[in-house]
Ligand binder design. Structure first.
Ligand SMILES: NC(=O)c1ccc[n+]([C@@H]2O[C@H](COP(=O)([O-])OP(=O)(O)OC[C@H]3O[C@@H](n4cnc5c(N)ncnc54)[C@H](OP(=O)(O)O)[C@@H]3O)[C@@H](O)[C@H]2O)c1
Length: 229
């Protein structure tokens, strides 16, 4: 039974056959094209990724020190925007240095903890980047999802990596569906991010129900699952 207080969450990823996800050395242009094309079929309202995966999209703006030392309240900030879709980052300590408040027309929302600096909040406000607080010192993902639905009307959300954020969603049992494009590559690296990096040792091991298998261009296989509850 879908929880209509939070978005429906589809984890959409492009791993190697051995479940690795750092695509840098793979040289598989078709696979990336298929990844984008299949993502579009979900008609999602937003996508969400971890701070590390967001680094290349955010930019390298300078965060100025404020002259005014007045404390900024830890209240959610919704910047004026007319976008209807959203690019969301989980950035607990405020490391992303946004140069713009959109990615290809999708409005940026960043998820913070209350431990971020006032200078950083002032920087986000000056750049019209929206932010939501996910907790005092750690992020409560269930709370974040409820806020994304209530404040921005997000009903379908693509969770697009990396391994740490996917692992946290899996551990919190907040993934409804899994959409995996298996790239025709055996990566073989040890200790690089994998599809789900939830915890050391035994993981949450959630059972899945297979709902689709499709062969795509370039030897990519599209697997779809529902998470069993
Ligand atoms: N093949 C694919 O489909 C695909 C898709 C996406 C990404 N990737 C690759 O994945 C790699 C990055 O994966 P990754 O696992 O290292 O990083 P990640 O999941 O992108 O980001 C991890 C960081 O995000 C923040 N974060 C994530 N979940 C959090 C939570 N529940 N609570 C608090 N903070 C949280 C933390 O930031 P702080 O460190 O600031 O605390 C954490 O270190 C990159 O190489 C990227 O290219 C591949």
């Amino acid at each position: 039974m879908p929880d209509n207080k939070r978005p429906y969450v589809i984890c959409h990823m492009l791993p190697s056959v051995d479940g690795r996800i750092v695509t840098r050395d793979w040289d598989l242009k078709n696979a990336t094209r298929e990844y984008e094309a299949t993502a579009a079929t979900f008609d999602a309202d937003a996508w969400i990724i971890g701070r590390i995966s967001m680094e290349p999209y955010a930019g390298k703006a300078r965060v100025p020190a404020r002259k005014n030392r007045e404390r900024i309240a830890r209240e959610d900030f919704v910047a004026p925007h007319d976008a209807t879709s959203y690019a969301i980052a989980i950035d607990p300590s405020g490391k992303l240095r946004w140069t713009a408040n959109d990615i290809d027309g999708e409005h940026v929302i960043t998820i913070l903890t209350e431990s971020v600096s006032d200078d950083y909040l002032a920087f986000l406000q000056s750049r019209s980047v929206s932010y939501l607080f996910g907790g005092k010192s750690r992020i409560d993902l269930a709370r974040v999802l409820r806020k994304l639905r209530a404040r921005f009307g997000i009903e379908t959300l693509l969770l697009e990596g990396g391994g740490k954020i996917n692992g946290s969603f899996l551990a919190a049992d907040l993934i409804d569906e899994l959409s995996v494009l298996v790239a025709p590559v055996a990566d073989g690296s040890i200790g690089t991010p994998a599809l789900f990096d939830a915890k050391e040792g035994r993981g949450p091991a959630r059972p899945l129900k297979l709902t689709g298998v499709e062969k795509l261009k370039g030897g990519v296989v599209w697997l779809r699952y529902k998470v069993k509850r």
